[in-house]
Design a protein around this ligand. Structure first.
Ligand code: CO
Length: 192
């Protein structure tokens, strides 16, 4: 398992709700935490590891053994309040940072791996991470939410990501779109 980088097609895939949690999914989530910590991240969505599952993980402390490891399955956001602008980054766009405006507070409903309901109001960094990761599950990236000025500022960096992706494709390090979509469909038939 590895973190896929922009413009990998799975990052644009809209995830379907997860219907079952089994031992394999628990192993997948544990591996996602390892990858997230290695990459120095604080959140990671399943489609960032090439899986079409509607779940993401968060630990705002960003360190194993610190903070709280949270898994949000089938998240639904509601009641956005206020607006805050902060710089964001993304493990699928390493090294790229830009300011993003989002609601300051949000309510999230979701499920844990144990099937318990999550229902909470978030603000600050937690609210931002949960919105960023929920966007991922809908195939939305933070670069889609930039002001025109910020978009222009990152355009060259995005071109570089596209160039690196095309090179990897030519080297057959990344499968064809067809194979990627077939693999996603197999995962969906198992869990969604
Ligand atoms: Co991200």
């Amino acid at each position: 398992m590895k973190i896929v980088k922009y413009p990998h097609p799975t990052l644009r895939h809209k995830s379907k709700p997860v219907q079952r949690v089994d031992a394999e999914l628990k192993r997948i989530v544990a591996e996602m935490f390892e990858l997230m910590y290695e990459a120095r991240g604080i959140g990671l969505a399943a489609n960032q590891v090439d899986l079409p599952l509607r779940l993401f993980i968060v630990n705002t402390a960003g360190e194993p053994g610190e903070g709280e490891e949270q898994v949000f399955i089938n998240p639904v956001l509601s009641r956005p309040k206020g607006i805050a602008e902060k710089e964001e980054g993304c493990l699928s766009l390493p090294g790229l940072y830009a300011p993003v405006k989002r609601p300051e507070r949000i309510r999230v409903n979701a499920y844990t791996m144990a099937g318990e309901e999550i229902d909470c109001e978030l603000d600050g960094l937690e609210a931002r991470v949960v919105q960023h990761e929920t966007d991922h599950l809908d195939g939305v990236l933070f670069i889609d939410r930039l002001s025109e000025t910020a978009q222009l500022a990152v355009a060259d960096e995005l071109d570089e990501f596209v160039g690196m992706f095309d090179e990897d494709r030519e080297l057959k390090l990344i499968p064809s779109d067809e194979v990627i979509h077939e693999t996603l469909a197999t995962w969906e038939s198992k869990y969604c």
